[in-house]
Design a binder for this molecule. Structure first.
Ligand code: SF4
Ligand code: SF4
Length: 372
C-alpha cells in the first residue's frame, strides 16, 4: 500500500483574531496566494518531490489540510476555486484525496456554514474556554462570543462537533482539566499540544510542569472519558496493538520529510506547519520551481539517525524519538532528542500501569467505545 501523504497549505498568514501567543494577526490579511499560484505550487510538489517521497499511486491517500492564518479571510469564491482546483491536481496523483481546514470559527454564521459545506464537515478548531489569550480586537469576551455562536450553529444546523486543539503553555496548564471536561461533555475530540516557540510573548510551560499536567490529564481520561484525547489515544493504541497500528502521527514519527510537506503563501516549502512556524529548514520554493534536495535529504535522514538513548528506549516503537521540530527547539539539531521525552516516558509508565491494573481486554474495549 502506498504511503499516506499529509500536506499543510497556508493560503495566507493574516488572521482575524489577535491571540497573544500568535504573530499571524500582525500580517497583512490581503497578502495571500492566488488559486492559480496555489495550483502551480501544488503541481510542482506533486511532480518534483512526491515521487522522491515514495508516495502517490492508486492505493495511496493524500490529506490536504488548510491551516492558518485564518482560512475564513479568503473570500468564499476564491476559497472554492482553490479547493476544487487542488482536488483536481491531487486526484491525478493519489487514489484517495481528503481535505479539511483548521479554523478559529470567528466568522458570520453564513461563512461558517459555507466552510462546513465546502469541506463536508472536516473542520478542526482550537479551544481555550477559560483563558484570556484569545482575543478579537483585544477582547477575550468578543472571541468567546463569536466562537460559541459558531460552534452552536454547527451543532444545531449540521450536527457537527469539530475536534479541537488545546495549546498547553504556562497559562494553559491550569485550564487543562477544564478543557478535558468540556470535550467530554460536548462530545468532541481534543488534541493537547505543548506550545511551539514560534509566536510572540510565548510563555512555555517547563518540562516538569508538562509532565505533571499531562500525567494528571491522562489519569483523568483513561477508562473514564467518552472522547478521544491525543496524544493519549495514539500512544495507548501503539502499546496495545504495536504490530497493527501502522505508521506514526505527530509528534511521534521520524520519517516526517517523506510523509509530510508544508506550502507557505509565498511558495516556501517546509516539512510541516510546526517547522514552518519556526522557520526550521526550508527546502525550496514551489512557486519559483526550486527544490533544495540536499536540505530535504538531510531531513529524511532523521529516519535512520537515531539518538542512542532512543535506540535503547523500550518505548521507541511507539514514540519514534518524538518530534523533529521540538528536537530542533531543544537541541538545535534535526537529529536531536526533544526534552519532551520526560513527558512521553511518564505517559508510557502510566499506560503500562493502566494495562496491568485493568487488563488489556478491558482497556481495549473502553478505547473502542471512545468517540474519535
Ligand atoms: S516535525 Fe514534528 S510536527 Fe512536524 S511532521 Fe514531524 S512529528 Fe509532526
Ligand atoms: S520516550 Fe524518550 S528516549 Fe524513548 S523513544 Fe521517546 S524520546 Fe526517545
Amino acid at each position: 500500500m502506498g504511503k499516506h501523504l499529509t500536506i499543510h497549505a497556508r493560503l495566507l498568514k493574516g488572521c482575524n483574531a489577535d491571540c497573544s501567543y500568535c504573530s499571524s494577526w500582525e500580517e497583512d490579511p490581503a497578502v495571500r496566494i492566488t488559486a492559480e499560484d496555489f495550483h502551480k505550487a501544488l503541481s510542482f510538489v506533486m511532480e518534483e518531490i512526491v515521487p522522491l517521497m515514495g508516495c502517490g499511486g492508486p492505493s495511496s491517500t493524500v490529506s490536504l489540510q488548510y491551516i492558518g492564518g485564518e482560512v475564513l479571510l479568503v473570500p468564499a469564491d476564491d476559497l472554492r476555486e482553490i479547493v476544487y482546483g487542488a482536488r483536481d491536481v491531487l486526484q491525478q496523483h493519489f487514489g484517495t484525496v481528503i481535505d479539511g481546514a483548521q479554523s478559529n470559527l470567528v466568522g458570520s454564521e453564513r461563512r461558517i456554514m459555507e466552510l462546513d459545506t465546502l469541506f463536508g464537515g472536516r473542520l478542526g478548531t482550537s479551544v481555550d474556554g477559560r483563558g484570556i489569550q484569545r482575543t478579537v480586537a483585544g477582547s477575550p469576551a468578543a472571541y468567546k462570543k463569536i466562537f460559541d455562536r459558531s460552534r452552536e450553529a454547527l451543532a444545531r444546523r449540521r450536527g457537527r462537533k469539530p475536534g479541537a486543539i488545546f495549546v498547553v503553555d504556562r497559562a494553559g496548564l491550569e485550564n487543562l482539566g477544564h478543557e478535558m471536561e468540556q470535550a467530554d461533555q460536548r462530545g468532541h475530540s481534543l488534541v493537547l499540544r505543548p506550545v511551539f516557540l514560534g509566536g510572540r510573548d510565548v510563555d512555555s510551560a517547563t518540562v516538569p510542569e508538562l509532565v505533571e499536567a499531562f500525567g494528571t490529564a491522562f489519569d483523568g481520561w483513561a477508562m473514564q472519558s467518552t472522547v478521544a484525547v491525543e496524544p493519549f489515544m495514539h500512544l495507548l493504541n501503539k502499546r496495545l496493538f504495536a504490530s497493527t497500528v501502522v505508521g506514526g502521527v505527530c509528534p511521534f514519527q521520524r520519517d516526517c520529510a517523506q510523509v509530510s510537506i508544508d506550502i507557505e503563501p509565498d511558495g516556501t516549502l517546509y516539512t510541516c506547519l510546526d517547522m514552518a512556524d519556526s522557520k526550521q529548514v526550508p527546502f525550496g520554493n514551489a512557486l519559483k520551481g526550486e527544490f533544495d534536495r540536499e536540505a530535504w535529504e538531510a531531513l529524511v535522514a532523521r529516519r535512520d539517525n537515531i539518538d542512542p538513548r532512543c535506540a535503547r528506549c523500550p518505548y521507541f516503537d511507539a514514540c519514534q524519538g518524538g518530534c523533529m521540530s521540538e528536537a530542533v527547539h531543544h537541541t538545535g539539531s534535526i537529529y536531536g532528542r526533544s526534552d519532551l521525552c520526560a513527558v512521553w516516558t511518564d505517559l508510557f509508565g502510566r499506560i503500562d500501569r493502566l494495562l496491568e491494573t485493568h487488563g488489556r481486554q478491558a482497556v481495549k474495549e473502553w478505547l473502542q467505545s471512545c468517540h474519535r
